[in-house]
Design a binder for this molecule. Structure first.
Ligand SMILES: [Zn+2]
Length: 67
């Protein structure tokens, strides 16, 4: 995974797992390929990768390209 930097602190953010209450990976609905996020893949959902800033604890979520 590429390095993510905190927009506030400029330090490298650490990957942290995000799970719901059933230990399932979180995902978002991206719609069809014609939709705004359709380029993310052929499926209409994308799993989320989260990163956390060790300085200010900001958490950001990124939609993954693949399952
Ligand atoms: Zn930060």
């Amino acid at each position: 995974m590429e390095q993510r930097r905190c927009p506030d602190c400029g330090v490298t953010m650490e990957a942290v797992p995000v799970r719901d209450g059933n230990s399932m990976k979180l995902s978002i609905k991206t719609g069809t390929r014609d939709g705004l996020l359709g380029k993310l893949g052929v499926s209409n959902s994308a799993h989320l990768q989260s990163v956390c800033c060790p300085e200010c604890r900001l958490v950001r979520l990124y939609a993954e390209d693949d399952d």
